[in-house]
Design a protein around this ligand. Structure first.
Ligand code: KG4
Ligand code: ZN
Length: 344
């Protein structure tokens, strides 16, 4: 039999409890995801205390299920990988504690993983990574352009100055009466409407790789409230299409600018908002037009949201690079890649 490296991976940074078994960093033997969206929907966002309690209830069940589905035992494992940040501290601690207990009880190495590196590695299930590389990371908590000169090296070259893209989707969704998280529904509505409102494209023409979405959010909310006061009802499909077009224009333009300035072999699109159909299509189009020599890997739709399979893929790379944590590993809610330039 050929040698195989099996990693048990944990993800609990926000509102999904997930455990996966990954072979050689590229093959998913199991990826159990327990989502708590229903528990948070009535609050319109994630409630940290509710999230932690739910993680506690789910983590053992998810672990048993992940091992069973992968048909492996603790003795077959080579390492335990876990997200230790960024995220909600109470949520992170549940995954970190579970991973530590298993690593200690079964004498396995404990491998710490940055959640954002995990998102990037969701794309590893689509194809091999080539360096230097650029990643557009768009999620509910982050929007950033990450330059990777080589494997295991991450440098932020641009990021949002206020709201993350997903956060903006969720906030404007709320104004339209869409349940949290709103991104998927707004994406579907956008496909049925036209960009008739021409909302602002913040920082689009600025000579940097940073983003800002709070102005767009305010413009959107003002438009809807003003119409409400006049007793007018605006077309929700056109509102969604106009909002989405503004988000996509800025994300695509800044990404193309980054690729003009940083010669890379590959572009990665990842994070919860990478599931957006409009964004995927636009990047496909722009890459063919402006950077035909750069290949693009878009994270699979099913792995754009938080999951442990992506943590296992990133964890495998960390494991190979010798990253090890002791039993004193703590959650780091504000964990960030290093920023290499400052355009302020
Ligand atoms: O990466 P993720 O699962 O969690 C974080 O680490 O933040 O991202 C969740 C975010 C939510 O804001 C959700 O509304 C957004 O991703 N999202 C989308 C789509 N699907 C999920 N945004 C736009 N279009 C989508 N299709
Ligand atoms: Zn995430």
């Amino acid at each position: 039999m050929t040698e195989r490296t099996l990693i048990l991976a944990f993800e609990s940074s926000c509102d999904e409890t997930s455990v996966a078994v990954i072979e050689n960093g590229t093959k998913i033997l199991s990826n159990i995801v327990a989502t708590q969206i229903d528990s948070h929907q009535r609050f319109g966002g994630v409630v940290p205390e509710v999230a932690s309690r739910y993680h506690i209830e789910q983590i053992t069940k998810c672990t048993d299920e992940a091992l069973e589905q992968a048909a492996v035992d603790y003795d077959d494992l080579d390492a335990v990988a876990v997200t230790y940040g960024p995220g909600l501290v109470g949520s992170l601690l549940i995954g970190v504690t579970a991973a530590k207990v298993i690593a200690w009880a079964h004498d396995l190495p404990l491998v710490p993983v940055n959640h954002m590196a995990g998102h990037i590695y969701a794309a590893r299930y689509v194809g091999e990574f080539k360096y230097p590389q650029m990643a557009l990371l768009v999620s509910g908590g982050h929007t950033e352009l990450v330059y990777m000169p080589a494997e295991h090296e991450y440098q932020i070259i641009g990021e949002t100055r206020d709201d993350a893209a997903g956060e903006a989707y969720d906030k404007i969704g709320r104004v339209l009466g869409v349940n949290y998280p709103a991104g998927k529904t707004i994406d579907e509505w956008a496909a049925k409407g036209e960009d008739s409102f021409h909302f602002p494209r913040a920082m689009e023409k600025e000579e940097n790789y940073d983003f800002s979405f709070s102005g767009l959010k305010s413009a959107f909310i003002n438009t809807v409230h003003n119409a409400d006061q006049r007793g007018e009802e605006l077309n929700k499909y056109d509102l969604a299409a106009s909002f989405q077009q503004s988000v996509i224009d800025v994300l695509a333009e800044k990404t193309m600018r980054a690729l003009d300035d940083y010669p890379v072999k590959q572009l990665i699109l990842a994070g919860g908002v990478a599931a957006n159909h409009g964004l995927r299509a636009r990047l496909d189009h722009d890459m063919k037009k402006y950077h035909p020599d750069v290949t693009m890997l878009q994270a699979p739709l099913k792995l754009c949201g938080d999951n442990a399979a992506m943590i296992g893929a990133a964890g495998y790379v960390n494991y190979q690079h010798g990253d090890r944590a002791g039993l004193d590993l703590n959650a780091v809610p504000g964990l960030m890649f290093e920023r290499i330039n400052d355009n302020n």
